[in-house]
Design a protein around this ligand. Structure first.
Ligand code: SF4
Length: 405
């Protein structure tokens, strides 16, 4: 049976990304419907997409959690029972909630399993016990909690415990912030966060900004946080029996969803088979995590409380090493790959095909054709094209292209 590992919980920002996350190794995915979640900007699921997504995940043994973690006003709450009935009908595996009014409504109108959202900032045993009495079966702990503290909460309550293992962090207590409300007119606690903390600010620390330009610049991004990377702490998560490891990023790319699910999925699979992480692939896994767009990585508060070294003192910039060129729709043996194009590429380009398991394989675009066989000089995003066949390539494999070396 192998050694026990936590669930790997990946983001599903769209139906396509749900499929990517599941196929690349997620044990469970979380997603938002058209309302009640905290990511207005993500490509939230319609009812039909939700039905297809649940069926896709369940048929592959993966679970689906739906976020209902906005803080709602009474007028919003009135519309919730109808959505709960739909979720019950689809047999989603849990809902992720932070508002007590939402929890109360769920208990009155459904038997849905309740996970407490990180947005509720549960940081201690007494708080966890109270949420347990309210009906929570799982607590997604605040990012401010260390793995050691999380272990104590689990031991004292018997609750399922979920912690973030990778992705963006928020400098406020897990989203309890109104900077976006005041600077952009967008409500962070109802899904409108504009990442205002990442902006450049000038502030006069008793005249510090009038000092050297280096000092002034250093203070300018003082609220922006580095990204979380917990791969080196997987042994600690396992020892603490943390039930679920969550990857942040419903708004992020297909490349992100696929790569992070694959890397952590591969690492956890290695542990199940060997009972340790002494794999020569550890460096390769870390290298892959650096290929997706990210700020500098940090372990946040997982080992010790986050401090000054978790501040990302830089202007946001695009550091993508790769972009997704397309997704394989069909692999016609010895003939061609049919590809749903996501970004332009050309004949002669060297692409990389990401298998669901194992290392990527390079593929030279020796021909690029339309479905009817007409030669192209460039692929157009949104179109479907034929490129050379690659042994081992499968439907839904991501194909990427290096944008800088
Ligand atoms: S603006 Fe920054 S600190 Fe505030 S909720 Fe958004 S990510 Fe968090």
């Amino acid at each position: 049976m192998g050694h026990w590992t936590p669930e790997l919980l990946s983001p599903a920002g769209s139906l396509e990304k749900l499929k990517v996350s599941v196929l690349y190794g997620a044990d469970a995915v979380y997603l938002g419907g058209q309302k009640f979640g905290l990511r207005q900007a993500s490509d939230n699921f319609t009812y039909e997409e939700l039905a297809e997504g649940v069926e896709f995940a369940h048929s592959r043994g993966a679970l689906v959690y739906v976020v209902l973690n906005s803080f709602l006003h009474d007028k919003d709450l009135a519309e919730l029972p109808e959505f709960l009935a739909l979720l019950s009908e689809l047999k989603v595996d849990a809902v992720i909630v932070s508002d007590l009014g939402v929890i109360s409504t769920i208990k009155k109108h459904s038997n849905l399993v309740i996970h407490l959202s990180t947005q509720a900032s549960c940081l201690n045993v007494e708080s966890a016990k109270l949420w347990q009495q309210m009906g929570a079966q799982r607590i997604v702990l605040g990012r401010e909690v260390t793995i050691k503290e999380a272990a104590k909460i689990k031991q004292a309550t018997g609750l399922e415990i979920e912690m973030f293992v990778h992705g963006s962090m928020c400098m406020a207590y897990s989203g309890n912030c109104v900077i976006s409300n005041y600077t952009q007119g967008r409500d962070s606690n109802r899904g409108g966060c504009a990442h205002s903390c990442r902006f450049e600010y000038s502030i006069d620390f008793n005249g510090a900004t009038s000092g050297s330009s280096e000092e002034a610049n250093k203070k300018a991004y003082f609220m922006s946080s580095k990204d979380l990377e917990g791969i080196r702490l997987l042994p600690e998560f396992i020892e603490a029996k943390i039930d679920s490891l969550k990857v942040e990023g419903r708004n992020k790319s297909h490349h992100y969803a696929g790569t992070i699910s694959k890397v952590y999925g591969d690492a956890l699979r290695y542990y199940r088979e060997h009972g340790n992480f002494l794999s020569s692939d550890m460096l390769l896994w870390e290298e892959e995590l650096r290929k997706v767009s990210h700020r500098d990585y940090s372990t946040g508060s997982l080992a010790t409380y986050a401090g000054e070294d978790t501040i990302y003192n830089q202007r946001e910039h695009d550091d993508n090493e790769f972009v997704v060129s397309g997704i394989v729709l069909e692999a016609a043996r010895d003939q061609h790959l049919l590809v749903d194009v996501k970004s332009a590429f050309h004949p002669g380009d060297i692409l990389e095909v990401m298998p669901f398991k194992g290392p990527t394989t390079k593929l030279r675009v020796d021909f690029l054709k339309t479905l009817s066989g007409v030669d192209l000089v460039k692929s157009k995003p949104g179109s479907v094209v034929k490129i050379p066949f690659l042994p081992g390539a499968e439907k839904f494999n991501l194909i990427r292209k290096a944008v800088r070396v």
